[in-house]
Design a protein around this ligand. Structure first.
Ligand code: ZN
Length: 95
């Protein structure tokens, strides 16, 4: 009887170990996805060269004539941003 109970526990532990391994793989995939998504929101200031995240940094966004602006967190230079077809946003390149 004791052996049967041990067998059940062994089965439960094995199942949980497999579940943990699956979750670990899912977490790795999720981490990669977040990295890819964050790269869609990376920008570099054309005035001072500061690299910043358009989502994570506090910056002013104004809405004028359907154009959204982001401000460099270091030198405060405002630059228009545009949406990308593949997702994400970027600073509009000045002409
Ligand atoms: Zn700047």
């Amino acid at each position: 009887m004791t052996e049967g109970r041990d067998g059940q526990w062994h089965e439960v532990v094995t199942r949980l170990q497999a579940e943990v391994e699956t979750l670990r793989r899912d977490l790795t995939t999720l981490t990669e996805t977040v990295k890819t998504l964050r790269s869609h929101y990376a920008a570099t200031c054309s005035q001072c060269g500061t690299a910043y995240d358009l989502l994570a940094n506090h910056y002013s966004v104004g809405l004028f004539d359907n154009v959204v602006y982001a401000k460099c967190p270091k030198c405060q230079k405002a630059v228009a941003i545009e949406g990308l077809r593949e997702g994400g946003i970027r600073l509009v390149t000045e002409k």
